[in-house]
Ligand binder design. Sequence first.
Ligand code: ADE
Ligand code: ZN
Length: 349
Amino acid sequence: MNPTEFNIPADRLPALLRAMPKAELHMHIEGSLEPELIFALARRNGVTLPYASVEELRKAYAFTNLQSFLDIYYAGASVLLEEQDFYDMAWAYLERAAADNVVRTEMFFDPQTHTARGVDIGTVIDGLHRACADAEARLGVSAALILCFLRHLSEDEAFETLEQALPYRDKFIGIGLDSSELGHPPEKFARVFARCHELGLHLVAHAGEEGPPEFVWSALDVLKVERVDHGVQSAKDPALMQRLAQDRIPLTVCPLSNLKLCVFPDLAQHNLNTLLDAGLVATVNSDDPAYFGGYMNENFLQTFAATGLTAQHAWQLAANSFEGSFIGEEKKRAYIERLDACFASFSGV
Ligand code: ADE
Ligand code: ZN
């Protein structure tokens, strides 16, 4: 399909962005914990929070960089103890995803954040996986899990986590790498990624969020990732841009996250259009929507309003999200047919 065939008036663009089917490929489920749910779970579990109220907690969401966010994000996750807590958190996100016409989501989770507090990894994975299964049945959202290793911890600890997770191998589709990027280059995790590759897991990693293009190169060449999470710093390196375009390596870009963590001074200066115009498989994602001011559609709406991206770009971003997802070719084709039908209904063709 060539979306330029469709003549969509500019004032219909926001409705189109909301309505179009899309995949989310970069969101941390712990980053979907809204302050109200944090307080409800704290009450349920008898956990004392260092904030007196929802309002006070929300006021603390003024971040200057990735680390200033991570400190609060890990504190918020401390209310999660029981399987039902993980289910409730994931279900709340999945309902919001469905409302945004997300038809496929690949959700990150950080087991080490929970096992460090004495929560069994099975409690985490079973609760999240049950919500994923219900989402397919009750919301028509296809949902899968990606286990992330915390890069500020050691590779030995990542191996330990992998061992603990293996009895649940059928409940997650891949592994990722997140947390503090600066000072923790991808190559620190070369051996554990190689082992996960042998196990048939999909491989992704955060790289080039705050870190330099060299980290994107090593995510590709050392970790052998299939997708790069964020990757926006790649635009500083023309050879890397060429490599990403040539190998059709998806970048899971998170515009509101980049804004809130001061990666770009404002959304108008975000480089999403540069990435798209260079032919990269760039996608839009929410990262930690409860902390960064919006879920999927809010990311699309605010980014398009600020940068002047067009309906053509919208089609490309949604098509890229399906191309970059870890689903079979037949399902990808079916989603893109749904995307085309949505565009056709907006253009009146
Ligand atoms: N964990 C949750 N959100 C993250 C982000 N944006 N970067 C790295 N680690 C994260
Ligand atoms: Zn992230």
